[in-house]
Design a protein around this ligand. Sequence first.
Ligand code: DOR
Ligand code: ZN
Length: 344
Amino acid sequence: MKHLTLRRPDDWHVHLRDGEMLQRVLPDTAKRFARAIVMPNLKPPVRTTADAQAYRERILAALPSGMSFDPLMTLYLTDRTSADDILLAKASGCVHGIKYYPAGATTNSDAGLTRIQLGDDAFAAMQACGMPLLIHGEVTDPSVDVFDREAVFIERYLIPLMQRFPRLKIVLEHITTQQAADFVAQAPANLAATITPHHLLYNRNALFRGGLRPHHYCLPVLKRETHRLALLRAATSGNPKFFLGTDSAPHPRHDKESACGCAGIYSAHAAIELYAEAFEQADALSRLEDFASHFGADFYELPYNQEHITLVQQTRHLPDTWPAGDETLVPLRAGEAVHWQLVD
Ligand code: DOR
Ligand code: ZN
């Protein structure tokens, strides 16, 4: 049986939610990852350092005893975030990034920036103190084709932003296109990108296989196969600008299976296992540890984890659903199999 031992990885982009959903999903992440960059798009959003500290306490309180996990917090950038908010966040040591959602781009993004220039004071403070900006890179212009929104964002907003703030550290989150992979690869070292397991393993056909598949709907939406292959090449290239970020985003089943289903794929239950599948597909398992356990820590200037995990190539069948408090959660690969397993 094939085994793979890795330095314990980190998830540089995850949604842990709150309350009963947090209770349900946190162990899945904490079992695999030592640390995670925790997204702030709660209702209401995590806007201040005090909000982030309180949310961090709720996460730690939800952690089963005996598990160790370090939540790295983020703030949600709004039209009113000030330079002082950023400096306070930096000084706290608890906040590791500021998340920019263009208002209306995705789930719980209504409080995001209504115009990117309204973030300029905050961007200047981030550049000055070395606080990373984490970007959901899609335009919200309804006249732009949904499948082009990431590529257009790079041209319309990211390039000008990088010209205005050339030393700002930026993570272009969950990239989905060849254009994004190429742009990040040729950019200076202060621009990096996360890549999800679902964008490495699926193309947009997964949304329509035998009918409409709401559990494969996320934002940015899955793209065509040429883009998936470009992401797989980027992730397995050994380029330190590309690192692991699952964007695991749980929603109650009824919010996904609805006339206006919301975006988000839950993958935390098998995250590192799914990345192993993708890297194996590219015959690049030897590159997984850098992508999962080194390059993100390097970018965020954090030390490497000291523990290790072991994966074994073995098939595990998943149920169709799991209970999550009073709700139901449908995981990625529900009713299907995952081909690597974490050894306890
Ligand atoms: O699919 C997504 N779900 N994309 C996002 O950007 C947000 C996330 C969520 O919070 O559900
Ligand atoms: Zn996300």
